[in-house]
Design a protein around this ligand. Structure first.
Ligand SMILES: Cc1ncc(COP(=O)(O)O)c(C=O)c1O
Length: 388
């Protein structure tokens, strides 16, 4: 038989999703893959129940149901400080995952270079490979996860087609400051490079940090492809609703890519989610407060146990430093953590290009009782986890 495609030989299956399976295998409290164990807003669920009895069972328009795009345009126009045209500047996708892949295929030809900050959300590595592009990694240096502007410029000098910007950032919880974004913007302008943003955590940012949409920086609208989703904002990761917002000349191409990748996002779910897109500001304030409280609870617990971690500025992940346990492999550490301690985490090495082995990632998008249970188990970590 002929060989299968070699494309996938350049990456493994998702370590994040694998850790969910391992957590399930050992019955561990799963703080690996980032999804909530609490319900989405009841208004959205009530609307979903109605929608099943209405006429939303067939394909919606391929680039998104009119109703959904209009509600989204209204919400994002306020946040992104410009009037977004629901007809020509939006494509609705199956999650930000598809949005990012479609954005990559919209921008990059095979062998084009794309700048990726490291640590990075693991999909970006696979996205670049699947679209035939070649990543240039630029380190975000722990513990503050800042970048060196000269190193970034040397990456831009390699003539990249695009830079991928995850802000707020998974896994490190960094929220890029305006000044940092301006450095990126100036370089993008100087070297004529597109910026593909992944802003799925746009509403999960902790005071005093603020989320700045990259497209709002001077002159950046024309070269920014803003990707995001409803997964995290409305606790509906399983609904697979995301979107791309960009100027119409870019959206015209993204529409074609999206059409042939998936045809469209689920029509009934788009309709039900419109309820969420129409929520007022209070909803987002409450969401921010709830995650702020969860951060206090979980990080406070880690601190009491005496574990070392970096404090996230946004998103809902925390990188814990496992150096004290002396493991050579963070993958083995995570397997033992699930098996013996009963808590699922993601090995940090899956996010770093550099040979980094000292972090694991927890997420805290969980009910307080789940987080308390995880903390109780973690309090015994030093007695229970096998020594290397
Ligand atoms: C940075 C980032 N982008 C995208 C996703 C996936 O988003 P979606 O569910 O919209 O595909 C995640 C999920 O954890 C994420 O952390």
């Amino acid at each position: 038989m002929k060989n299968l495609s070699t494309r996938t030989s350049y990456f493994t299956d998702s370590v994040i999703r694998r850790m969910t399976r391992i957590s399930n295998q050992y019955g561990a409290v799963n703080l690996s893959q980032g999804f909530p164990d609490f319900d989405p807003p009841k208004e959205i669920l009530q609307r979903l129940a109605q929608v099943t009895k209405e006429d939303f069972h067939q394909y919606s328009i391929t680039w998104g149901a009119q109703n959904f795009r209009e509600a989204l345009a209204q919400k994002q126009s306020k946040l992104m400080k410009r009037t977004i045209d629901p007809n020509s500047e939006i494509v609705v996708t199956c999650g930000s995952t598809e949005a990012m892949m479609a954005a990559m295929m919209t921008v990059a030809n095979p062998r084009d270079k794309v700048i990726v900050f490291s640590p990075f959300y693991e999909n970006y590595g696979a996205d670049t490979v699947l679209s035939g592009a070649e990543p240039i990694y630029v380190p975000l240096i722990p513990p503050a996860f800042t970048f060196d502007a000269d190193v970034l410029e040397s990456a831009f000098k390699q003539n990249p087609k695009a830079l991928i910007l995850c802000n707020p950032s998974n896994p490190c919880g960094k929220v890029f400051t305006y000044d940092e974004l301006k450095v990126i913007a100036d370089l993008a302008e100087k070297y004529d490079t597109y910026v593909i943003t992944d802003e799925v955590y746009e509403h999960i940012v902790y005071e005093p940090h603020k989320h700045v949409y990259f497209s709002t920086l001077p002159n950046m609208w024309k070269r920014t492809i803003s990707c995001s989703s409803l997964s995290k904002t409305y606790s509906i990761t399983g609904w697979r609703l995301g979107y791309i917002i960009a100027p119409s000349n870019i959206i015209d191409v993204a529409k074609k890519v999206h059409d042939f990748l998936t045809v469209g996002a689920a029509a009934p779910l788009q309709e039900a989610a419109v309820t969420g897109l129409r929520f007022g500001e209070d909803y987002y304030k409450t969401l921010q407060q709830e995650y702020t409280d969860k951060r206090v609870l979980f990080l406070g617990g880690l601190k009491r146990i005496g574990l070392n971690f970096t404090k996230p500025e946004g998103a809902y992940y925390v990188l814990m430093d496992i150096s004290e346990f002396g493991y050579k492999s963070d993958v083995e550490f995570c397997e033992n953590l699930a098996k013996y301690v009963g808590v699922g985490a993601v090995p940090g090495s899956s996010f770093f290009k550099e040979p980094e082995n000292r972090y694991i990632r927890f997420h805290y998008a969980k009910k307080d009782e789940t987080l308390n249970l995880a903390l109780e188990k973690l309090s015994k970590i030093r007695e229970v986890i096998p020594k290397e």
